[in-house]
Design a protein around this ligand. Structure first.
Ligand code: COA
Length: 155
């Protein structure tokens, strides 16, 4: 278990018992949500960093799902419960991903974000992510994706 900011929340690896709450939050947070079965297959897949955050009373607060290939980490999904948004949890989850990448000598973290998703873009920029490209019509509704990258071991 990793105690982290915000101080009252605990961040730990995702388990199958988290799936209902993950799927609920996912469906409220994304126009084209991942299905439950997809999260299920990710939870015990190899080369993954999948974390959830909970309050001391057990209330579910958020998750981040990532995969890594060689020295790159890809953030697949991150979401924070509405009641916990803007309290630093998204940042805390991403800092766990960054710390993991540094511990494992990863070279970079990358992710896709909708150009219209100002909250997420701002959070990533504050964490040192930079825009590195654009994927045309990446999302099912035709919106492009911005690719953002956080270098980890710049010499
Ligand atoms: C994106 C998301 C994970 C951010 O989580 P969060 O816990 O609210 O973010 P934080 O509290 O750590 O915010 C960090 C910074 O991001 C920016 N930010 C976050 N929410 C914002 C908002 N609604 N409007 C503008 N900027 C915002 C701010 O710069 C903020 O720093 P500040 O509060 O000191 O100004 C959350 O809004 C969410 O779950 N959104 C729905 C799912 C989603 O879009 N995921 C990202 C997909 S790429």
């Amino acid at each position: 278990m990793i105690e982290t900011a915000p101080a009252v929340l605990t961040i730990r690896p995702a388990v199958f018992g988290d799936l209902d709450e993950i799927t609920d939050l996912e469906s409220r947070s994304f126009p084209a949500p991942w299905k439950r079965e997809f999260f299920e297959s990710e939870i015990d897949a190899e080369f993954r960093l999948n974390l959830v955050a909970r309050a001391p009373d057990g209330r579910f607060a958020g998750y981040v799902f990532c995969a890594w290939v060689l020295d790159e980490i890809h953030v697949h999904k991150i979401a924070v419960q509405e009641e916990w948004r803007r309290s630093g949890l998204g940042t805390a989850l991403m800092k766990e991903v960054i710390a993991f990448g540094l511990r494992n000598d990863s070279y970079q973290i990358f992710l896709e974000v909708r150009p219209s998703n100002t909250p997420a873009k701002r959070m990533y920029q504050k964490l040192g992510f930079e825009i590195s490209g654009r994927r045309k019509a990446y999302y099912p509704d035709g919106e492009d994706a911005i690719v953002m990258v956080r270098e980890l071991h710049r010499s």
